[in-house]
Every structure is written in C-alpha cells, then in structure tokens.
Write a protein that binds this ligand. Structure first.
Ligand SMILES: [Zn+2]
Length: 231
C-alpha cells in the first residue's frame, strides 16, 4: 500500500475517533440534562400529591369539627329530654336532625380516610422516584465532568496527532481529504467483502491488486480514497 494511503487511513481513523468522542460528550451532557429535567418533573408530581394529602387532612379536620358540634348538639338535646325540661318534641327533632347529620358526616369522613390511603401510596411512589433520580443525578454530577474532561484531553491529543500527520502528506491529497470532511463526510473507505464500505460498489480484482501494489486509486463509485484489503 502507498505510504500516503497508509497516512490517509490513519488520518481517517483519528477523525472518526475524534467524531465518536465528541458524540460521546454530547450524549453525556444530554443524559445529564435529561435527568435534571426528569427530576424537576418528578418533584412537581410529588409536590402536587403532597398538596392533595394536605388538602385531604384539612378536610378530615373540618369534618371532625362538624361531627363534634353535631354530637354536642345531640347530647344537649338528650339532656333536655332526660331532665324533662323544655319542648320535648323540639328536642327529639334536634336529636333526629343531629343523627342524620352525624351519619352523613361520618360517611364523608370515611370517604376521605379511604382516599387518604390511596394518596399516601401515590406520595410514597413519587417520593421513591424522586429519591432514585436524585441518587442517579448525584452519581452523574460526580462522573460526567470527569468523563468529559478525559474525552476532551483525548480529543486534544487526536487533534495534535492529526496536525502532525497532515504535515507529512502532499498538499493536494490533504485538500481533497478536507473537502470531503468540510461537507461532513468521511474521505476514506475500506474494502469489506470485495465492496467499498461507503458506497457498496464492488471493487474489481485488478483495482484491488493495484491498491495493494501501491497505487492511490479512489473508489469508482463514491470517489473516496480506497484502502486495500488483505487480498
Ligand atoms: Zn465507494
């Protein structure tokens, strides 16, 4: 293989590594951001559910107060009847009304108590989700900046190696190479199973043997620099 082609092969591998590491950094950042957003949503859900639990507790206290008022009112009517003072019919009506209200209020209270259990279950579920996300976020807060710094250092080293490699290549090869890269495309392709791995066109046996013997002969399909296979 032509030594310039070997260099182009190395240059391409450096650029692909650089690309992958850059992508990895973006993925790490986006995973980190997504988790922060998820945690924010989970905290909002938890807050809303806790609000519902508080509202339920307030409702229960209100009903308890009403119950106690009705029971007092019934007790005083019962006392009136027992002592035989005042209007017995009015006292009986008061007792009947109070008992109806007590029944009704006890039913409402029971409903709130049942809802409270379901609401508490929802709160613990949301609370567990928040705790899990906080734990994961704490891990990422620790690991992501470190991983990104490592990748950036590695990318800086790749950029350095690239610069050195470019200096050893003929200008026209570099210019063609960079033209591909400027359009966001890889400039080099490899022969895999007798075909170009970029455009899938079959590479003729003569072409492959020319490449192995040191010719620089681009792919006839996509015109990328073609790296020969083993034969
Ligand atoms: Zn091709």
């Amino acid at each position: 293989m032509h030594e310039d082609l070997e260099r182009l092969d190395r240059l391409d591998r450096l650029d692909r590594d650089h690309f992958r590491q850059d992508l990895k950094i973006k993925e790490l950042r986006s995973e980190h951001e997504a988790l922060r957003a998820t945690l924010g949503e989970q905290e909002a859900v938890l807050g809303a559910r806790q609000g519902a639990v508080d509202e339920n507790a307030t409702g229960q206290r209100g009903l308890q107060r009403k119950l106690s008022d009705y029971r007092n009112s019934r007790a005083s009517a019962v006392r009136l009847l027992e002592t035989g003072q005042g209007d017995a019919e009015a006292a009986q009506r008061q007792i009947d009304r109070c008992e109806a209200l007590i029944d009704e209020t006890e039913t409402e209270l029971l409903e709130l108590l049942e809802q409270a259990d379901a609401l508490e279950a929802l709160v613990s579920e949301a609370s567990a989700a928040v705790a899990a996300s906080r734990e994961r976020l704490a891990q990422l807060d620790g690991s992501v900046p470190e991983e990104i710094a490592k990748l950036q250092a590695s990318m800086a080293s790749l950029t350095e190696q690239r610069r050195a490699l470019i200096d050893t290549l003929p200008r026209e090869l570099v210019s063609r190479y960079e033209h591909w890269r400027a359009r966001g495309k890889w400039a080099v392709s490899r022969i895999v199973g007798k075909t170009c791995d970029a455009c899938r066109m079959e590479v003729q046996p003569q072409h492959r043997s020319d490449l192995r013997r040191g010719r620089i002969a681009p792919c006839r399909g996509c015109h990328r620099y073609l790296i020969p296979d083993e034969g």
